[in-house]
Design a protein around this ligand. Sequence first.
Ligand SMILES: CC(C)(COP(=O)(O)OP(=O)(O)OC[C@H]1O[C@@H](n2cnc3c(N)ncnc32)[C@H](O)[C@@H]1OP(=O)(O)O)[C@@H](O)C(=O)NCCC(=O)NCCS
Length: 180
Amino acid sequence: MLELNVNENIRLRQLQVEDAPALFQLIHASRKSLRRFLPWVDYTTKEDDSLRFIELMQRKTDEEEAVAFGILYNDTLCGVVDLHDWDHALQKAEIGYWLAPAWQGKGIMLHSCKALIGYAFTALRLNKVEIRFVLQNDKSAQIPIKLGFTREGILRQSAKLHGHYVDMVVMGMLRPDWKY
Ligand SMILES: CC(C)(COP(=O)(O)OP(=O)(O)OC[C@H]1O[C@@H](n2cnc3c(N)ncnc32)[C@H](O)[C@@H]1OP(=O)(O)O)[C@@H](O)C(=O)NCCC(=O)NCCS
């Protein structure tokens, strides 16, 4: 099981099938806020959906396509950060993340992403990490901005949110530009 120590309070631990009940409860309790920018929240209606997500990510980890970590703050699951769309030819992957509202505003995601990016550039030997977010998602934008990513452009109408096309911002960091 992959595990990354972020600091004395935060640990990233690869999601396990045993996490399904806690993961589902967290999403269910946070659905009102999370669904604004995360379309999959509306399709997560029962514990089995979280279980299937964890199993899918485990299969993708076996295939070296993705890895999903539960974020543990003082040993309590409070969100997820993942690497996906791992392209071996380009040595590139994308980071996704969410935190339940009660744990937002503490720097947990900033520090978790910092640790994951370090892992991606060192252990996984990636050359590039990307973060994509809906143009209107100002909170999400702050993460790559604070981490020194470069804004690379806008993918117009490249996602659908509650029946409407939305524009996605792409920000990226290259390994030579990684300084922490
Ligand atoms: C995007 C998201 C993860 C950001 O969460 P967050 O808690 O704001 O992010 P951080 O962990 O970087 O915390 C930053 C905040 O903590 C504060 N903070 C407190 N202690 C801190 C510390 N030690 N270090 C850094 N920041 C700290 C910062 O000032 C900042 O507060 P502000 O938002 O009032 O400016 C969260 O809004 C979320 O889950 N949204 C819903 C899902 C979503 O949109 N996901 C992204 C899809 S692309």
